[in-house]
Design a protein around this ligand. Sequence first.
Ligand code: NAD
Length: 468
Amino acid sequence: MIKTKVLVIGSGPGGYTAAFRAADLGNEVTLIESHKTLGGVCLNVGCIPSKTLLHTAEVINEAKHANELGVTFKSPKIDIDGVRKNKEAIVSKLTGGIQALAKARKVKVITGYAKFLSKNQVALDGTDEVIEFEQCIIATGSRVTKFPMFPFEDKRVMDSTDALMLDDIPKRMLVVGGGIIGLEMATIYDALGSEITMVELGNQIIPVADKDIVTPLFKKIKKTYANVFLNTKVTKMTAAKKGIKVEFEGKDAPESDTFDKVLVAVGRTPNGLLIDAEKAGVNIDKSGFIATNNQMKTNVDNIFAIGDIVGQPMLAHKATHEAKVAAEVISGKKTGFNALTIPSVAYTDPEVAWTGKTEKELIEAGVKFDKGVFPWAASGRSLSIGRSEGVSKALFDAESGKILGMGICGNHAGDLISEATLAIEMGCDMSDIALTIHAHPTLSETTAFAAEMAEGTITDLMPPRKKK
Ligand code: NAD
């Protein structure tokens, strides 16, 4: 039997961060991972490979539009094996790096699938190996949601992991789900040459975000893709010889159509029900989520949970933050998860990012707010890079002027959103942002301009209204 002080189950961004922080704080740590490589979904089949392929897509698209700058490139010749190889090299570099960091910290890494036996023991599934622990951090993440109505047994029906394998470039591809994964994968396959049709159940793409913030992206994909069907449901999917036949229910969609490949991206399911956590006395809800307090403690005193398994949003940066809290609490530090906001980013083209409250959340909650909306068409920098379609929207409390939220659609929106995230954490008001000198000409100025639009001090456009 292996004995350890701290056991971390799962080595995604949450798990490895928890293990490393706990080790750095002087604990003896064991990390169990069922896959051969460390890094979980994010590093192996999620954030990192998708962002690598999105960069490839960006290069292709930039070259395609270079003629607007007076430079013409020939049509790109895509070597799919080369594209895949580059992606795999980046993934190996990062997963290898995590392995090396584990070794340097003397974190014991075990390959296997852990299932609880009790509140102090797990067994490695399919073996006699038992690991006894004093404290445990569950970081087992989530998996792709698979509805039985989609025939995944046919290789032409893909989930995001399959799509990232880049087996081929289908001629006609259907993307089911206009959420972040569907949109990012559609960006990649569109650039590589597939004809994309997207179907989304909701009345807008990325239904959780404000509509005006996704509009520039929506306009672009409406123009580029073969079809984008909103308010539309897939009612049936059948694998036929000449393709995947899909039946739709929606005002604008045809009754049926046949595609060479289909990507289903309709959400992820937490892995809480797969690890026998009930044998340790841990409460799990029927969806598979495990509830914790703000110290990431479950209902069982020595068992913590972090990341996708504890709830939405299922984002790597939320998991890493929670991981540090759990490791520090285990090490006796008085800390808790007190973040005021967790930013969200869709790495599409243009990117969409938001932080704090959305406008629709504020309206629903009856909060009185001021809003500043800056169209990027008035930004010198966005014009000079040929990307004037963006928009930045800042939301402020009507009385105190404190920033409540921000949404950005445009090039590098994912990088730009950090300023508003910090502003929310620091309790900044609109003058703090508007009076901060932003370097010119940068895309970051658009955040200050959005604050100036709310204040009425903008000079690069006509102010929407006058304020003292
Ligand atoms: P999602 O929940 O973000 O989006 C799924 C979309 O599918 C929704 O818009 C939903 O309305 C739609 N949908 C559901 N059932 C449908 C149906 N039958 N027909 C048509 N549309 C349907 O889920 P996702 O895009 O699969 O992403 C999963 C998780 O992974 C999310 O939590 C996401 O935030 C996270 N993720 C984040 C990033 C990032 O941070 N860039 C990237 C990838 C994934």
